[in-house]
Every structure is written in C-alpha cells, then in structure tokens.
Write a protein that binds this ligand. Structure first.
Ligand code: ADE
Length: 247
C-alpha cells in the first residue's frame, strides 16, 4: 500500500517514519510513503500556497492551484488511490475506519491547515475528510501521522510474529487488558498470579474480563456494540452492581 502525504511542512515526517513499526515496514518494502511539499507546486515567484479568505475573516486559506497540481501529479501515477483531507470537520478515525482504509490500494493524504482549504479542493478531489478527534490541531500533519500508523499496522506482514493487531484495543470492540512483564513484583505491586499459572484457559478468561472491566470503567458506550457471551453478560452485571472484583 502507498501513502502520499501532501504538506507544507515535509520536515515533520522524517523522524516518525524512519523508526519503529512503520520505519521497519518501509525498510522491508511492505509499504511506500511519499512526502510531497505543496509549495513545490506553486508556480508564482514567491511560491504562495495560501491567501486571504473571500468575504473576510481571520486566518489564511490554502489555495486550490498548488494542491490541484500536486494531487493530479500523484493521481496520474496512482489512479486508484483515495484522497483524504485531514480536518476536524471529517469523519472521526476509529478502528473500523482504519480497517476500511487499510483495504485501499493507496491513500493520498492532504494535510490541511486548520483555518481552511479552498472548498473547490474538496469538490474536485477529496474522497473523504478525516478527523482524529474533537479538538483542533494547528495543521493536519499530526493527523496524517496518526492515520498512517493506525492503517499501516493492519497491513499484512507489518506486525512481526510476536505482535498482533488482533489483541489491540478496539480490534474486538473492547479496550485492551493490562499487560505485565518481568519482574513478578515491583514496589509491592505483584503481577496477577493467574498470568504466572500457565493455565491458558484461565489466562484468556482473566484477560477477557479485564478488557470488559477496563471498557466498562472508561468507555462504557463501547459495550453496547460488542458481542458478549453469557459469561461476559454475567460479569458486566457484576460490574454494574459494584462487584466484579474477585474471581
Ligand atoms: N486538523 C486540525 N485539527 C484536526 C483534527 N482534529 N483532525 C484532523 N485534522 C485536523
């Protein structure tokens, strides 16, 4: 899969994309990332990429011509790629959307600036507007990084054998259960004994219940769209009535 990012600040991406899981996947050729400086597509002497809004008001608006030239050049190489604009007005990114995007051949991600992008960019080129949450960033670059990271880890082969997207928070609609590694005790806090027991059935049950507990405590609305077993339902009832502490 390819990701093409259109930005006024190309320097923001180099560190992030050269490290860790995305950096590794890039080095192994499992995905491609192109960073495109929108300013390179401005044709006037000063390479202007934004201008005052018609009708007045604060801030500047990203101009249509440089973006159009940039998008059209990339599209000529990747006609099937989907064009995304990062904006707080967009559909909020969640695991379901990350999965939808991971099924695309390529994404062309336009990093908008929060004051705005000329509406004709949307009308002519944008397939989907995506927000990463109900807050305002100074620009869409961090949102592009978030989108690439969330989508890339779902691509075949990107996570190593020891890692799994299947256990991620949200993959089954629940938040992830707590994880521990050595030592077995630190400052009086012991690893739950069941995790040291070697009993895989009990470990799976404990993890399921801790996922339910975490979700119940912090994101109870997620429980409404989760497939629950009879055992889950009993445990959720216990949580509701203030129980669910012990086994
Ligand atoms: N640009 C500014 N704020 C944003 C947000 N919350 N999500 C995506 N792009 C943005």
């Amino acid at each position: 899969m390819t990701f093409d990012i259109l930005t006024l600040f190309p320097g923001m991406f180099s560190g992030f994309f050269s490290e860790s899981i995305v950096g590794n996947a890039l080095a192994r050729g499992l995905l491609g990332i192109g960073i495109h400086n929108i300013r390179d597509y401005a044709t006037d002497r000063h390479r202007v990429t934004d201008d005052y809004p018609y009708g007045g008001g604060a801030g500047m608006v990203m101009k249509v011509e440089p973006l159009a030239a940039c998008i059209e050049e990339i599209k000529s190489q990747r006609p099937a790629a989907k064009v995304i604009l990062t904006t707080p007005r967009g559909r909020t990114l969640d695991h379901g959307l990350a999965r939808e995007l991971a099924a695309e051949e390529g994404l062309i991600i336009i990093c908008g600036r929060y004051e705005g992008v000329d509406e004709r960019v949307r009308e002519l080129f944008v397939d989907m507007e995506v927000s990463i949450g109900d807050f305002v960033l100074s620009g869409g670059e961090p949102a592009a990084v978030v989108i690439v990271d969330a989508v890339a880890r779902l691509l075949p082969g990107v996570l190593g054998c020891g890692e799994s997207a299947a256990d991620d928070s949200f993959a089954n609609g629940l938040l992830e259960y707590p994880q521990y590694t050595r030592p077995p005790e630190f400052r009086g806090l012991a690893v739950p004994p069941v995790l040291l027991s070697g009993n895989h059935r009990e470990i799976a049950r404990w993890r399921r219940r801790e996922s339910l507990r975490k979700t119940f405590m912090t994101r109870p609305e997620l429980l409404e769209s989760v497939c629950v077993t009879d055992d889950d339902a009993r445990f959720i009832d216990e949580l509701r009535t203030g129980g669910g502490d012990g086994e």
